[in-house]
Design a protein around this ligand. Sequence first.
Ligand code: GDP
Ligand code: MG
Length: 230
Amino acid sequence: MSVNDKDTQDGPAEQVANRTEDGKRGPVKVIMLGESSVGKTCLVKRLLTRSFVDNTDVTYGAAYAPYTFRVGEEDVKMGIWDTAGSERFRSFISTYFRQAKAAVVCYSLDDLATFEKVRYWIEIVRQHEESCAMYICGTKADLVTTRNPAVVTSEMVESIALELTAAGIYETSSKTGKNVELLFQMIGEDFIKRAKQTDYVKDETESIQLTENGAAPTPDEKTEVKQKCC
Ligand code: GDP
Ligand code: MG
């Protein structure tokens, strides 16, 4: 799907509420970010096809992929936006940040320069969508061996994750499948936790509406509050 397509910002059937029309949790809008060639497209393809699809096509603008899975008792509907990391797409990538619930900020474990851009990606998302949860993802873990150690150490990642209050740190490989499903599963679980908190707060505020002097309203006053609202 090209960036110029109409109605692309949130994916089909995107809603602000925490449930879709068919009762599933979500939609959870997830954006894949990071420098070109870190393996974003392969990561999404691995998740969807459970195999390594060697992706030779460059992503233009952004591509949308729906993904539904189960977390505990609930079905979670995710809309994954795989974006292009190259400079020429930077100016309009930010249009995809709106209402994103999570960002998977990728760097390649064997490429320090891509890790040095993690801060840039996190900060730019936060400028547009402050509450978006950030997951830092070191890709191509299969390239890391004892003879060929990662150029990005876990201390470096933990330090930036702490500083920028990331929601999680993962090391994945689209070649072997390492941690790929786990990453998206955790994003789904975190989303449900937050959504349940929102439901809880909503229920609480609906059941206890305080009057102007701070006391719980009498049944008559409740009617009055309702009338004032509507
Ligand atoms: P994107 O530009 O971030 O979307 O990167 P791509 O997904 O297109 O991948 C860029 C290159 O990295 C391709 O040549 C892939 O074959 C390679 N690649 C992607 N993921 C992995 C991985 O997990 N392991 C290895 N060894 N190579 C990978
Ligand atoms: Mg790509």
